[in-house]
Ligand binder design. Sequence first.
Ligand SMILES: N[C@@H](CCC(=O)N[C@@H](CS)C(=O)NCC(=O)O)C(=O)O
Length: 207
Amino acid sequence: MLTFYHAPRSRSFSIFWLLEELGEPYTIELVDIRAEAGVPESYRAIQPHKKVPAIVHDGTTVTERAAISLYLADAFPESDLAPALGDPMRAAYLTALVYTDAVLDPIIATKALDISYKPGDVSFGSLADAVANLEKRLGAQDYAAGDRFTAADTQLGSALHYGINIFGALPRLPVFQAYLHPLLARPALQQCMQKDEALATQGSLKP
Ligand SMILES: N[C@@H](CCC(=O)N[C@@H](CS)C(=O)NCC(=O)O)C(=O)O
């Protein structure tokens, strides 16, 4: 049994998208991260910072999007969303997946919130370095980890989409647009966007 703790229009979208790509059955538990009274204290037992996403799979709790992505893609190998141990793509896959949360996410957040900092003082460095790195990597390959879609793309694709199209924190470079175009056309992502909007506006997936 797989339970997904989610809030619409939030960072847990990337895991929602991954779950739709996997096609495995799961149930959604909505967490109202915008509630005036705050997220109930009881949720801390699932996610220690009371943030979304989190998953509970057959009694095992996993938090943090990079870890959840790695866990789910490995737990369902038939989905072919994780290069296996020994696969030459594995290193690039791990790198892209962790880079998205550890480097790109705080860079987008600090830019969107207009927070200034010295790149040498923080672990994630500068916006210019991240843009240059991603421009180079995505100029040389179609997907985050190489020539095929993996769970690194649900993370990187979500971050780039949000960073460019929602927050305007990243430049609309042709190489980013070329990367996002086929991702945005994927049926699982389209489905997920529709479901997320239904959850945001109706609070449920019922028609
Ligand atoms: N490091 C976490 C961050 C998740 C995160 O920032 N979640 C936000 C949603 S955008 C949240 O739950 N915020 C609610 C709050 O902090 O009260 C991850 O990658 O899973």
